[in-house]
Design a protein around this ligand. Structure first.
Ligand code: DGL
Length: 256
């Protein structure tokens, strides 16, 4: 039975372009939902900041979304999720969905294998990540590989080529004798580098958490009976906190 139809938008945010990969996934799995996206590129990168700083910035962005009457918030950023999700859930009474590096599926499909998790410096330092990793440490060998510079490359419109390979060479240098069975992309910016990373690792299986996050969002909207049952395609409003016009154009290109 269809109950209420709730056309209020879903608020999604990240430190820049990365979260657009999550918006794209929401568009695929929940095409009727309206979305407001905030790309907080004025504060990019989040991944080199302290937990307190990330929390302060994140609270500002979520306050802004709540004032725009969103019915749910998606933290389309692993870094902001690990630093702030608990406090955000305490403070606001709309459903809040976060991102988590997809370690579980990578481990379950590669039992006994070697898995590299690429994420920002801050995500990999957080206790939340360590706890997640500890759950699986007896099943697979998991390595943390901070590849923060890739965030900057994506923000600068670089998705393939020598610069990407150079950053990967640098960060995987100490693991050069290890044969990875799978790589987890623990940062939403890296989703746009999936092809380059896959080429670099010669077709290795790559995991990300975007589909899992959007499925979780869908379940929460169903649970609270706040899905939008309109038969129209949802509207998307995009706001960047720096160079809005330029980044909006790039975001739209990335969704194609
Ligand atoms: N896209 C972000 C993430 O998923 C953060 C990138 C950054 O600002 O450092 O972690």
């Amino acid at each position: 039975m269809l109950n209420n139809s709730d056309s209020r938008p879903i608020g999604v945010f990240d430190s820049g372009l990365g979260g657009i990969s999550v918006v794209r996934e929401i568009g695929r799995l929940l095409p009727n939902e309206n979305i407001i996206y905030i790309g907080d590129n004025l504060n990019n990168p989040y991944g080199t900041k302290s937990k307190d700083e990330i929390l302060r910035i994140t609270l500002d962005v979520v306050d802004r979304l709540i004032k725009m009457n969103v019915k749910a918030v998606v933290i389309a950023c692993n870094t902001a999720t690990s630093a702030a999700v608990r406090i955000l859930r305490e403070k606001y009474n709309v459903p809040i969905v976060g991102m988590e590096p997809a370690i579980k599926p990578a481990v379950m499909e590669n039992k006994g294998g070697t898995i590299g998790v690429m994420a920002t410096i801050s995500t990999l330092k957080e206790k939340k990540f360590q706890n997640n990793m500890d759950k699986f440490k007896d099943i697979s060998n998991i390595y943390k590989i901070p590849t923060q510079e890739l965030v900057e490359l994506v923000e600068n419109d670089i998705f393939s080529g020598d610069e990407i390979n150079r950053v990967l060479d640098k960060h995987f240098y100490e693991y050069r004798d290890i044969k990875f069975d799978a790589i987890v992309l623990g940062c939403t910016h890296f989703i746009f580098l999936k092809d380059s990373i896959s080429d670099y690792f010669k077709g290795i299986k790559i995991y990300d958490g975007n589909e899992g996050t959007v499925n979780r969002l869908k379940n929460l909207l169903m649970r609270d009976d706040i899905l939008n049952y309109s038969n129209q395609m949802g509207k998307l409003e995009i706001i960047f906190t720096r160079e809005n016009d330029k980044f909006k154009r790039r975001a739209i290109d990335l969704m194609k």
